[in-house]
Design a protein around this ligand. Structure first.
Ligand code: ZN
Length: 504
């Protein structure tokens, strides 16, 4: 359920405070003299903060790093934080998460959002707080038999500043709608990713996408194993053939708003469970492998967000949905398979299934000639070795697109690092028997080799960005999001799409 945004008529004061239970106060760094606690006096409702800081012998600027909570005489929990507009979005989101979580831990149903800032940054600050509150108030899957009925955040009330003009709430209508859409997309992504693998089987996932397509008016098309065999999509089939029932498929959903000029394709790896295949993973590494479909959930979450935001861009979403199993029919090392575009592949490692299902999916996506396309995949362990779970990696067949993704990622707080894409990396993928090796057995730069491999299946030189989601799950949360699975990629792709509009 979407969180309602209300707009208070008058600025926040001591009288308003007495009627609240949960309040978040954002103080902009330049709007308050951080060198003296007396600066708090003019606010009129900050006496509890002043006393607490005095007691702790902490300066006001400690709130730039660590938010503080105080309780008013009337029993209201107030969370205080100082925001530096020069900080990165990632830093601001992380700080806001620390400030908002104590309010959500009390199952706040309503939060009063009070901002003391220059008018020019009020929109940015209030939307950042709304986003962080929204993603962390989301209800995520739980299968506890005796789950307690949790109260959810229903409403955020924004207060005008002393400088707000009469139309301040109209000015916020658009950013509120946008932020709401991104929250919904991020939430869908996490909800799908967290479902247990006996629930989110390929078959169930496919049904779910079909239902969503009906609900949201998306065109829907599926290529099941029979169709893919007939099309000679041998790279995808090599992975899908190891499952019984053969429920793998490439699912294609299309969003076609009226008046759209451009078409962008979003592609996602949707491995609902990855055992590693015959090169079986040990227990420690197989644990959590139901989340190997996260890339497809990012694509789907973005599609939902774009639909809710009524974005005037055509979107083609391609989901490579399968499982990677052991079975007498499963593909194995040294097999040679022929991909949809005719390229023959020498199988080196059955756990490199992601690039196999994506290869044919990228061919299909590129044949429709989108303006550009982006894929999301939990693809390689070497990307995690390179970046840990704090950044995701990006590679592209157009250097300027990789650079754009990095800057957009920084702007939305989803951090990306660009990796080289030079063609001499192909030397390690040379095969004596087939056109290309699937991977090497040495690890090393597998994240680069994986991207080089994928590029061979893109037709008509379509511009393409590849996001290897090393940061999709970070223990204890990351940036705006408190849950381990964080929905990384939805805000990023929404902002990429928005900037695409701005330049067209
Ligand atoms: Zn794998």
């Amino acid at each position: 359920m979407a969180i309602q945004i209300d707009y208070a008529k008058t600025p926040f004061d001591a009288a308003t405070l007495s009627q609240q239970r949960h309040v978040l106060v954002l103080l902009e760094k330049s709007c308050i003299d951080l060198s003296s606690l007396d600066a708090l006096d003019h606010l009129g409702y900050a006496d509890t903060l002043k006393r607490k800081l005095q007691r702790l012998a902490k300066p006001l600027d400690s709130l730039l790093k660590s938010p503080l909570q105080t309780e008013s005489a009337t029993g209201c929990l107030i969370s205080w934080v100082v925001i530096d507009p020069q900080a990165t979005t990632f830093q601001t989101h992380s700080l806001l998460r620390k400030a908002i979580q104590p309010l959500l831990d009390e199952q706040a149903q309503e939060i009063a959002l009070v901002i003391n800032a220059e008018q020019t940054v009020v929109e940015c600050m209030s939307m950042a707080a709304f986003y962080v509150a929204g993603v962390n108030a989301a209800v995520l899957p739980s299968r506890k038999s005796k789950a307690e009925a949790e109260k959810v955040l229903e409403k955020i009330t924004l207060y005008p500043t002393a400088q707000s003009d009469k139309d301040w709430q109209q000015a916020l209508a658009k950013p509120v709608k946008w932020t709401q859409a991104v929250i919904e997309g991020n939430t869908l992504c996490r909800q799908l990713t967290m479902l247990p693998p006996n629930e989110l089987t390929p078959q169930h996932y496919r049904q779910r996408v079909k239902q969503m397509a009906q609900q949201h008016g998306w065109e829907w098309q599926e290529f099941d194993m029979q169709a893919l065999r007939a099309m000679k999509a041998g790279a995808f089939v090599a992975v899908g053939q190891g499952s019984d029932p053969e429920d793998a498929a490439i699912v294609h959903v299309r969003y076609r708003p009226s008046s759209a000029q451009k078409t962008i394709a979003l592609i996602g790896k949707g491995i609902c469970f990855d055992t590693g295949g015959h090169n079986l993973k040990p227990a420690k590494y197989m644990h959590g492998m139901h989340e190997d479909m996260n890339g497809s959930a990012v694509a789907l979450g973005t599609l939902l967000a774009a639909t809710q935001a009524q974005l005037p861009i055509n979107l083609d979403v391609w989901l490579a949905i399968a499982q990677n199993h052991i079975s007498p029919l499963a593909y194995k090392q040294n097999d040679v398979v022929t991909a949809l575009n005719g390229t023959t592949i020498e199988i080196m490692h059955t756990d490199a299934e992601g690039r196999m299902v994506l290869a044919d999916t990228l061919t299909l996506a590129s044949r429709n000639q989108p303006d550009w396309m982006i894929d999301f995949a939990t693809l390689t362990g070497s990307m995690v070795s390179a970046l840990a779970e704090r950044y995701s990696g990006v590679l592209s067949n157009r250097p300027e697109l990789a650079a754009r993704a990095v800057s957009v990622g920084a702007a939305v707080g989803e951090r990306l690092c660009a990796f080289p894409f030079d063609e001499d990396y192909d030397e390690e993928l040379e095969s004596k028997l087939a056109d290309i090796k699937q991977c090497t057995l040495d690890g090393g730069a597998d994240h680069i080799h994986a991207a080089r491999f994928l590029s061979k299946f893109i037709e008509q030189e379509v511009a393409w960005v590849h996001v290897d989601l090393s940061s999709y799950n970070h223990k204890g949360g990351l940036g705006a999001v408190s849950s381990d699975v964080n929905g990384f990629g939805v805000a990023l792709s929404m902002e990429l799409l928005r900037r695409e509009l701005a330049t067209s």
